[in-house]
Write a protein that binds this ligand. Structure first.
Ligand code: HSE
Length: 381
């Protein structure tokens, strides 16, 4: 199958190299910005010519951003070309519309490369959805924070050096605050919600807490209880409402998330299947390998809709998820008479009783607005 690559940064280059070794695929054209064309290297900035070429059966997008990627992919679907993309942001906003268009046109719209790298968890969740009613999805979706949490909890490392090392190894986002403040996890969770439930929560409406304010005093607490902290996403559909939250979560030794050396661990829970875990180690170029896998799936006609055709954006809730929390505050303590506060090197900590996730996320925001530093993590059930 002849493919046009859109974008020639790291992912585009790695995808082109992997396609070289894949007999079912051939790079016909590479779309680049005007001024970067080179006919000998199949680089062009003439997208109309790509659209008009009947031999090009698929486009693989690795440009990032909403525009021009959205308009270009829509135009490709209208020309009945398969679309494969690594663009999380694009799918989280325009995924439902593009999925419907692909279905109408009888072509593939696949986006495993947009999250999970070498772990095709979106396809596995989409596959499970065909035959089971999915109740929840979740897991550790971000490698950078997992790397940092392993360094500070298992190796006695410090947060900033671990983050720098994650950047050096190439896991971290361009803006690493997207990793440590939980936004990358949230963006991956949006797609998992779309695939599992056909409902995509807008990022700005989600309860998202990262690990940016983690302090060695928190790690001391985890050690003292034999717990480990992971940054997790969890989403579930109950009584017609989508509940979602991203937050630090403490797990016991018998939890599959306790020992997670690298990469990610994603789970889904189906009424029939129970809880199914999927895990992968970090790899050399997992995003490009996912692009090529999706292209091969399309070439062989094995695709089915990753997003249900009735998918839509919905306002999520976080009040249906109730946990007790470890809460540390450095500053004005919340007025909650039943909580017992213990002094530590970074303020005071307490264990709350069961609280809806929405309440603790809101409380942390209010305390921060008043100038306090806050860290919290869900305690095991
Ligand atoms: N920054 C991301 C992570 C890269 O650390 O998981 C992969 O999406």
């Amino acid at each position: 199958m002849k493919v046009a690559l859109l974008g020639y940064g790291t992912i585009g280059k790695d995808t082109a190299a992997l396609i070289e070794a894949c007999p079912a695929l051939e790079v016909a054209q590479i779309y680049v910005r005007p001024g970067k064309e080179n006919a000998a290297e199949k680089k062009t900035s003439d997208y109309e010519a790509i659209l008009a070429d009947p031999e090009i059966a698929a486009v693989a997008e690795a440009m990032g951003g909403l525009e021009p990627a959205y308009s270009m992919l829509k135009a490709a679907l209208l020309q009945k070309k398969h679309v494969v993309t690594a663009n999380k942001q694009l799918v989280s906003v325009h995924g439902p519309e593009l999925a419907r268009l692909a279905e109408e046109q009888g072509v593939a719209f696949l986006f495993n490369a947009s999250c999970g790298g070498g772990l095709p968890y979106l396809t596995s969740i989409a596959d499970a959805r065909q035959s089971d009613r999915l109740e929840q999805v979740g897991g550790v979706l971000n490698g950078t924070t997992n790397f940092i949490l392993n360094a500070v909890q298992l190796k006695g490392g410090d947060f900033d050096s671990a983050l720098k090392e994650a950047q050096r190894r190439g896991f971290a986002e361009l803006d690493p605050s997207d990793d440590i403040e939980g936004r990358d996890t949230a963006r991956k969770c949006i797609l998992a919600c779309g695939v599992a439930f056909g409902r995509l929560p807008p990022e700005q409406e989600m309860a998202i807490e990262g690990i940016a304010s983690l302090h060695p005093a928190d790690v001391e607490f985890f050690h003292s209880r034999g717990l480990r902290c992971r940054l997790t996403a969890r989403a579930g559909l109950a009584e017609g409402f989508l509940n979602v939250c991203v937050q630090p979560t403490l797990v016991t030794e018998d939890d599959p998330l306790y020992n997670l050396p690298g990469g990610s661990l994603v789970w889904y829970q189906g009424v029939g299947s129970g809880r199914v875990h999927m895990t992968a180690r970090a790899a050399h170029n997992p995003t490009a390998s996912a692009m090529v896998r999706d292209l091969t799936t399309a070439a062989q006609g094995r695709h089915f809709p990753m997003l249900p055709t009735d998918s839509r954006l919905v306002t999520p809730r976080a009040d249906g998820m109730v946990c007790s929390y470890y809460l540390r505050v450095n500053g004005q303590l919340p007025q909650e008479p039943v909580w017992v506060w213990h002094p530590c090197d970074a303020g005071s900590w307490c264990e709350t009783g069961p609280l809806p996730a929405a309440d603790v996320h809101r409380m942390a925001q209010a305390l921060r607005r008043e100038g306090s530093e806050v860290f919290f993590a869900a305690l095991p059930d």
